[in-house]
Design a protein around this ligand. Sequence first.
Ligand SMILES: [Ca+2]
Ligand SMILES: [Ca+2]
Length: 79
Amino acid sequence: MASLVPGESDSNTFVGTYTLSLTDVNASQVSNQATVEAQDPDNSNVTDLSDDNSNFENDPTITSYDAVDAINLIKERNL
Ligand SMILES: [Ca+2]
Ligand SMILES: [Ca+2]
């Protein structure tokens, strides 16, 4: 677990992986929100939900995309 001093940030250590569901594909968007839990200098627990554009809000990040229906086939022959 990473340790940060007050004012320090770390945007590289934490990685999450999510596999799209059929519901996500049909909706053409994914809602994503991270939660952080830590202790302040007084050892009190603090928590926050991520936001899409502000350090003072808790809106999930919505990623929209255009799903393209497609199927592909390659036929090869051996002589
Ligand atoms: Ca926001
Ligand atoms: Ca927040």
